[in-house]
Design a protein. Sequence first.
Length: 143
Amino acid sequence: MDKIIVAYWSQTGNTEVMAKAIGTGIKESGKEVEVLGISNVLMTELETAEKFALGCPAMGDEILEESEMEPFVIEVEKFVQGKKILLFGSYGWGDGQWMRDWEARMKNAGAIIVNEVGLIAQDSPNQEVEEQCKKIGALLAKV
């Protein structure tokens, strides 16, 4: 499958902005992309994909959102071995520990993290962050 899925969960819209910018970077690199909230993602499509992006903001005590995203990530862990993935999300406070924990989880499950680390933005993504999202989307398209 040549289509790249950018799956995300967003409460305030900040992570959604990042997802759309990543999608733009993928599209500008000549690849087909689908930017979807996680409730609209078919897990079978992720299972067969060679690469994809996952986004979630930091919640509470710097954790993934618990009711929808955490169960989604638990399912992804079952088949992520050898896949190239991009992690991203926004946060309002803290130092990004939720992303470091998420990176470690995915690496422990065998994923290859594009750019080695997840892309994070504090609060609303500004133009600079949106440009970073486009660049890392292009990187995902090319790996």
